[in-house]
Write a new protein. Sequence first.
Length: 69
Amino acid sequence: MVDDALISYEIDCPYCATPMTLLIDASQGSHTTWEDCQRCCAPIQLEVTVSPVSGELEQIRYGRDDDVL
């Protein structure tokens, strides 16, 4: 993991609407991962899309664990 690849990203929990800041590691390339809400502990699914050419973050989609992203 390279520190330059860590990107702060603001979301609202899809379960309880609590605002939170996530650190996204763009050096992993495009991937799907889960983060637990800091307040309600519900699992939030994250779909991270990183450009294979430039290595820059292109898109982050997130939702409830049982949502299909």
